[in-house]
Design a protein around this ligand. Structure first.
Ligand SMILES: Nc1ncnc2c1ncn2[C@@H]1O[C@H](COP(=O)(O)OP(=O)(O)O)[C@@H](O)[C@H]1O
Ligand SMILES: [Mg+2]
Length: 153
């Protein structure tokens, strides 16, 4: 897979965690250890989002899939985890984005068992089932952005 480094570089101001406040963690996803860092970021912020252990585990699993997809299918990108604390609702929002090849047929990519690689093709559909709100924005050549939200119950 070819990667347009110039385009992708705007998602990598530096490697590792490059912003970390009490309410928001922003990290680059460019090597395997970053998937573990993404999981850690969700666990770190989950209490402020009011998430139960069960909800935290579900979101962590979904985020792993999105981060792994960035590595596998786009090679690099970034992930933002942020607390949502509004009157009447709390939770976490996670945005994963990359400037990789994008997904030509998003409906197909959301089907169980569909993979263009050697994976099981369960990452995206599983992630959708594990969160409360799921949005995939992607097109061939335009990169991919996945937004996940998990609300406190
Ligand atoms: N960030 C991404 N960039 C480009 N293509 C992606 C990305 N994420 C997912 N895809 C596409 O969607 C398909 C389905 O993803 P997924 O359900 O996670 O399955 P798998 O990763 O096992 O192939 C992938 O095979 C790939 O074609
Ligand atoms: Mg996958």
């Amino acid at each position: 897979m070819t990667v347009d480094r110039a385009r992708n570089s705007r998602f990598q101001p530096q490697t590792g965690i490059f912003a970390d406040t009490e309410r928001c963690v922003r990290l680059s996803i460019c090597e395997q250890v970053d998937v573990a860092m993404a999981r850690k970021a969700v666990r770190q912020l989950a209490p402020q989002g009011g998430l139960s252990d069960r909800a935290t585990h579900a979101l962590t699993t979904a985020v792993s899939e999105i981060a792994q997809n960035i590595l596998t299918h786009a090679r690099a990108g970034e992930l933002i985890v942020r607390v949502i604390d509004e009157p009447g609702r709390r939770g976490l929002i996670v945005i994963g984005r990359d400037a990789g090849p994008g997904i030509g047929d998003a409906d197909r990519a959301m089907q169980d068992g569909y993979s263009t690689g050697e994976g099981l093709g369960l990452g995206l559909p599983s992630a959708r089932r594990l969160v409360d709100d799921f949005e995939l924005v992607s097109d061939s050549g335009c990169g991919t952005t996945v937004t996940l939200k998990k609300w406190a119950s």
